[in-house]
Design a protein around this ligand. Structure first.
Ligand SMILES: C[S@@+](CC[C@H](N)C(=O)[O-])C[C@H]1O[C@@H](n2cnc3c(N)ncnc32)[C@H](O)[C@@H]1O
Length: 257
């Protein structure tokens, strides 16, 4: 994958430390599937992934001021950032260079209507000043962080007081029969299709495992509270396969706007 001069590598926070081994593995895993990432997403989700991101952007934008500044974390190839850029200024941040390069190319070839700045950075040590965003989104990214609460705290830090967090993440369906079918698909079929198309086995076996291990929506709301968020609420999409969480940043030193 070629380098892109437009993709900023920034280390604005001087105390940022190098990635640990687990995070380097995760980054390598995403780099290995970047070239097929969008195609596999569309196929494995029967194109529902587009609708999930549209719902996320729509719900968030109802809560944001005009020309809000939004950070899309773990942005991957930029699909949610592109959706958000229809009515906000967007910074798309991810630690995987090949993903960002693909996102940048998508925007340059007319994939987005607004302005998106692509920045390389680690979600648990963000290279942005405190209180610099009206909204933060993270779609299918939180599950990959080494420490969920540390990641959520960083999101709270970079949000202005009262700013909105939107987390879109896989979750487990509640209806027993559907849940069984869903896990059969996730454990048996999805890894095979993912491997066939991307040429990589690991990432698509990791996916169902990480979904099973991720906290359920109620537990995640508790973690959000620990990280400094208030008024958490969630919306289950597609029978609970995916959940959209919204919450407000609550800074102890000031009042919410
Ligand atoms: C499943 S993809 C989701 C991409 C995109 N948000 C989407 O909706 O398709 C997860 C992304 O999170 C990124 N990621 C994982 N851990 C990260 C971290 N600690 N800091 C920044 N990005 C991270 C990966 O590089 C990958 O691009």
């Amino acid at each position: 994958m070629s380098e892109s001069p437009e993709t900023e590598r920034t280390n604005a926070r001087t105390h940022s430390s190098p990635l640990n081994k687990e995070s380097r593995q995760i980054r390598g895993m995403f780099a290995s599937i970047a070239h097929r990432y969008d195609l596999v997403n569309r196929l494995l989700s029967f194109s529902q992934d587009r609708r999930w991101r549209r719902v996320c952007a729509g719900k968030l934008q109802e809560l944001l001021p005009e020309s809000a500044m939004v950070l899309d974390l773990c942005a991957g190839t930029g699909d949610l950032a592109i959706e958000l850029s229809r009515s906000s200024r967007v910074v798309a941040c991810d630690f995987c260079h090949p993903m960002l390069v693909l996102g940048q190319r998508k925007v340059e070839s007319g994939g987005g209507s607004g302005i998106i700045r692509f920045v390389e950075g680690d979600a648990v040590q963000l290279p942005f000043p405190t209180g610099s965003f009206d909204g933060v989104t993270i779609a299918f990214g939180l599950r990959n962080l080494p420490d969920y609460v540390a990641g959520l705290r960083e999101m709270c830090r970079v949000l202005r007081n009262g700013g909105t967090l939107a987390v879109l993440e896989f979750s487990q369906p509640r209806f027993p029969v559907f849940k069984q079918l869903y896990f059969f698909y996730c454990m048996r079929i999805l890894p095979q299709i993912g491997r066939l198309i991307s040429g990589e086995k690991g990432p698509y076996s990791y996916l169902p495992r990480s979904v099973r291990e991720f906290p359920d929506p109620e537990q995640l709301e508790t973690l959000m509270g620990q990280a400094g968020f208030a008024s958490p609420r969630h919306y289950r999409l597609t029978a609970g396969i995916v959940t959209l969480h919204l919450a407000q940043a609550r800074k102890s030193s000031g009042k919410a706007d």
